[in-house]
Design a protein around this ligand. Structure first.
Ligand code: CO8
Length: 258
């Protein structure tokens, strides 16, 4: 039995955190199962990943507090390191990822959503980094990714105060891209995934790599990363297909991931 289920429909793979009795809280096994689920992704057929939570209450209510309560400093470091390793793998995974946040995304849950490329949420979504109320800091990337997404001042306000934000405020600050009625969230995520999946997959992956790499570089090195990813698309079959298709006024160019 796994705490992460996979369901592929065409070229879209939905991964679901499946521990609803604990609001999909992230313990060591959930992290391993997520890593394993990423191992199982068929990169030849999948063109977009959606990550969501089982049930209608939570995406993930954070790292598992019961599992952390009696950790030593060394154990906490190992847990944080492992979580960061898996989340970084997701962040740099060579496919676009969409978090469909269907309820609470607190602590590690918010951090997991932030490791995805795009966040959509339901009207009942609640985001926050409540760690300081537990006597700890965010430990799965929250001190680093939140400020990159919403700016340093807002990130410090949210992390220091442990104030939760509801969907409309998350939208306003750019933490999520769009808000949907709960029943419309997954269909909307799939619609966006399908739209992404229609585009040249090598090019989409290259955009992700250039944008991810560029965030951590100065402008000159970042532009060099763009040149590398841009030129790397040339001589692919899909680049020829895409450009010839345009020149021939062809509609609905099908790309082959080659
Ligand atoms: N960990 C473990 N169990 C949880 C968690 C969690 N984070 N969240 C919820 N649960 C469990 C509850 O214990 C409860 O279980 P049971 O039914 O057996 O008592 C079940 O889920 C349902 O939860 P509630 O009864 O509390 O449901 P409510 O509707 O009353 O409240 C809340 C929902 C508001 C989401 C509430 O559950 C809550 O506040 N949860 C904790 C949120 C939180 O503080 N998250 C941050 C955790 S810390 C963290 O994520 C740090 C990440 C970095 C780690 C670095 C490693 C060292």
């Amino acid at each position: 039995m796994s705490f992460v289920t996979s369901h592929q429909e065409g070229s879209i793979l939905t991964l679901t955190l499946d521990r609803p009795q604990a609001l999909n809280a992230l313990n060591g096994q959930v992290l391993e199962d997520l890593d394993e689920a990423l191992n199982g992704v068929d990169r030849n057929t999948v063109r977009c990943l959606i990550l969501t939570g089982a049930g209608d209450r939570a995406f993930a209510a954070g790292a598992d507090i019961a599992a952390m309560a009696n950790m030593t400093e060394d154990q906490a470091a190992a847990f944080s390191r492992r979580g960061n390793e898996v989340f970084r793998r997701l962040e740099t995974f060579p496919l676009p990822t969409i978090a469909a946040v269907n309820g609470y995304a607190l602590g590690g849950g918010c951090e997991l959503a932030m490791a995805c490329d795009i966040r959509l949420c339901s009207e009942n979504a609640v985001f926050g980094q409540p760690e300081v109320t537990l006597g700890i800091t965010p430990g799965f990337g929250g001190t680093q990714r939140l400020m990159r997404l919403v700016g340093m001042g807002k990130a410090k306000e949210l992390i220091f105060s442990a104030r939760n934000v509801k969907a409309p405020e998350a939208l306003e600050m750019g933490l999520v891209n769009a808000v949907y009625a709960p029943e419309e969230l997954l269909p909307a995520a799939k619609q966006l995934a399908a739209r992404i999946a229609r585009n040249a997959p090598i090019a989409v992956r290259a955009c992700k790599a250039a944008m991810n790499e560029g965030t951590d570089l100065g402008m000159d090195e970042a532009m060099a990363a763009e040149v590398r990813e841009f030129s790397g698309c040339f001589e692919t079959e899909d680049q020829k297909r895409g450009m010839q298709g345009f020149l021939n006024k062809q509609k609905n160019i099908g790309f082959e991931n080659k």
